[in-house]
Design a protein around this ligand. Sequence first.
Ligand code: ACK
Length: 504
Amino acid sequence: MENCCRSCCPCLKRLWNWIWPDVRYPSVPNNNHLVIANPAHASEIRTVSGDIRVPSPQKRPVQLYAALFDFEARSDEELSVREGDKLSVIEKRGEYVLATKLTGSRQSGLIPANYVALLQDEFAKHKWYYGNINRSKAEKLLLASQNKDGAFLVRISESHSDEYTISARSEDKVFHFRIQRSVIGAYFVSDKLSFATLGELISYYQKNPRCLGVNLVDPCVQQRELFDMESWERPREEFQLVRRLGEGHFGEVWEAFWTKEKKKVAIKTLKQEDTKQDEFVKEVQALKSLHHPKLIQLLAMCSRGEPVYIVTELMSKGSLKSYLASPEGHLLTSAHLIYMGSQIADGMGYLEDRSIVHRDLAARNVLVGDHLVCKVADFGLARIIKDSVYKASRTTKIPVRWTAPEAALHQRFSVKSDVWSFGVLLFEMMSHGKMPYEGKSNKEVLDILSSGLRLSCPPRCPQNIYRIMLDCWAAEPSKRPSFHALQSQLDAIYAKIYSKTVEV
Ligand code: ACK
């Protein structure tokens, strides 16, 4: 291990430590070619107009796709692929996708869209993949008596949610190596050596331990009890209720102070007389297993005694609905709103990948924090569906104005009915909080929709955003875009508007 570090030039090492203080500088196979990987630059904040600031358009985390069939290019524009080739899809173009091969020559070109598929939960099959655990949990697991030198795991990076970290035990210490992503989505520890998949990267370093400076021998032994004991349950005395924020779906919502952690949190309480305890418990189950920067994170709960508390992160500006109606909300330009819309599509894309249906996506269920951060909340109705459509009970109350016709009329909720709701949410945003189908009854709304009519374009809403709303409201669910595609489209429009309107 020491050899690895000694071989690095001291100034490079200092620079590396300055850039990534808690990550070891990796060596590369040939020590004459040490190269420092470029960290992603912190996004620049500039004024779009007024005082509310939006960041510069971000590099999107890349989704990994695979070719389903062989495809022979018929022109220079097209890209030949073999079944199984790993691809990064840059954008959708009609019936085609523009993709780059992640292996071999890294060419780009068009491929029929139905020839590619998103690789979902790519890592779940690997025993070494521990997902969203933090550095100290990784160290605790690896140093436990069941593991020995050479035990390792891969976890999601704490500071960059689309990157990963290898944590490996060596000489009874744990070392951490950041795995970065290139612009086309390849994985690398040293930018001299990149890999199409995390699996390929790990097996390379298992076979070539000198390149990393530690041996990756066995995946960290799963210690079920450590996970099961994870203390979501906290004593009620740890929380001081500060002020009532409002009434939620299940009960009151409070701002509170978590004394032990010394931080402000939001607490949802369950109405004592509420009979739907089951649903409440399901909401907690769903929240516990979901981790994404654009989804509200569960922090703790007090389920012993009444009322039950669900503790989540506190969002400084409250719901998007009330924020849009606030004086600050009225200052938001299209650029701000599109930036926020893209974040919501990002969070929903995470649910889409897991076939989780929200069923109540609307501005009232999105929360806003500082710097226009948006997070999707209230998975009260979320279900993990086995087949792609979940049949709800006919008695469930349905927010008709946000609900796709097939869901409102036939209880056919799916990710695509969430996409419909996302279109209505975009309408709410672009009209600064206006009620959709204002003045119409639920029955009239359903009649309007079945006659093929749709909400009209809100004043001053860019046409390309209205086009996206109309795509979300396609009568045929399969014709509606995916959340990943929606996020790409919104990002592209945001980047264009940003470059035109920024006051430097
Ligand atoms: O629009 P609001 O101010 O934002 O009023 C509603 C109210 O509670 C009932 O839902 C607010 N609220 C809910 N969850 C949170 C949270 N995590 N952080 C801040 N405010 C919240 C919501």
